[in-house]
Design a protein around this ligand. Sequence first.
Ligand code: HEC
Length: 206
Amino acid sequence: MSKIRLLGTLCTAVAFVAMAASCGDNKTESTGWEYARNMYDPIGFNPDQPNPNFKNGLTAQVPPEHTTPVGFVRFEYANTLEGYEKAGVELKNPLIRNAQHLEQGAKLFKAFCFPCHGPEGKGNGPITQDRTLTTSKGSRKLENFPPPPSYSTGNSSRGGAMKDLTDGKIYHTITYGVGLMGSHASQLSPEERWKVVMYVHELQKK
Ligand code: HEC
């Protein structure tokens, strides 16, 4: 047997054994043989593991009351109509209005709001328009998303004209969403939200 052949046979044998060893027996949840088991289990406690080091026996401890995580910005207005109205009166954009903030707001708007609200906030974003999806299996019409009201000429479902929406109302909307619009709190940091608010004011004039 040539050396190459021998090597080939050896590799095939090793691959076969590895495959067989990694298979379970289909009856239990056994994962078969595991190599270096201690590399799977972290030395630290998992968040859901019991932990004798704490009085309540839990690993995931609740932060002490009245504390705020570093870098976390609180939003003290409730996700209710009252919270929306209150934010609308009390909150003012903490960022100064300048070209740089507006430009960043426009970029964020394009990424997160444009698909529904459209380039000028008129409620004609691409997903509200007729679209056809063509794949190797053929093409089909996609469902249209109901168009949101225009920022400049529409009316808010919560009362008043869209062009009169204040800083706080827009910020509240981005944070919690409204109706068919979802919350954008996990996509946009508080500072980014304020930049978008600044840009929405520009579109209210269009
Ligand atoms: C999935 C589509 C969608 C996306 C994305 C979206 N919106 Fe909306 N938005 C809507 C719809 C629909 C409404 C009308 C909802 C209602 O009044 O029930 C709305 C309403 C609003 C309103 C009016 C709120 C009020 O008080 O009546 C504002 C302001 C707004 N959106 C801003 C934004 C901003 C800023 C973004 C991006 C960060 C954004 N939206 C992203 C669909 C969307």
